[in-house]
Design a protein around this ligand. Structure first.
Ligand SMILES: O=C(O)[C@]1(O)C=C(c2cccc(Sc3ccccc3)c2)[C@@H](O)[C@H](O)C1
Length: 147
């Protein structure tokens, strides 16, 4: 069974590429997921992707990953800054994860400077644009020992 990665994108990221290109670029979520699947194939990994605007649905998807997924890459969007529930779900399933942000949240509004996820993440990627997903996939592959 090849190592398995779950890519989770949170609220509003389904609208990527449509507005605020100066912050989030013009790449769509479909492009990001398609690129990640190509990378997974090259790295001999299994990739699942999930996007939801609903906190509970993200919690449920994290629970579903327990004992099935080796690594999670999560862009929780605004829930990064508010969700103890997503934090608790990630802690509870004991799956290593990387927190990713397209923008450099530390250069933005103060309320984006705090994350409920960062201190329990293996690592955090922020401000690299959508290339951060590529970097995170490569890191995940190395971390779980894929080829
Ligand atoms: O930079 C990110 O990836 C981030 O996770 C993403 C966020 C975000 C916020 C609003 C919309 C979107 S996606 C989007 C972009 C343009 C138009 C519509 C939706 C992402 C923020 O909530 C976070 O603070 C930062």
């Amino acid at each position: 069974m090849p190592p398995s990665i779950l890519l989770i994108n949170g609220p509003n990221l389904n609208l990527l590429g449509t507005r605020q290109p100066e912050i989030y670029g013009t790449t769509t979520l479909a492009d990001i997921e398609s690129e990640a699947h190509k990378q997974a194939d090259q790295l001999s990994l299994t990739l699942s992707t999930f996007q939801s605007n609903h906190e509970g649905a993200i919690v449920d998807r994290i629970h579903e990953a327990r004992k099935k997924v080796d690594f999670i890459i999560i862009n929780a969007g605004a829930y990064t800054h508010t969700s103890v529930a997503i934090r608790d779900a990630l802690s509870g399933v004991e799956i290593p994860f990387v927190e990713i942000h397209i923008s450099n949240v530390h250069k933005r509004e103060p309320f984006r400077h705090h994350s409920y996820l960062s201190d329990i993440a293996v690592g955090v990627v922020a401000g690299l644009g959508t290339f951060g997903y590529t970097v995170s996939m490569q890191f995940a592959a190395n971390y779980i020992g894929a080829k």
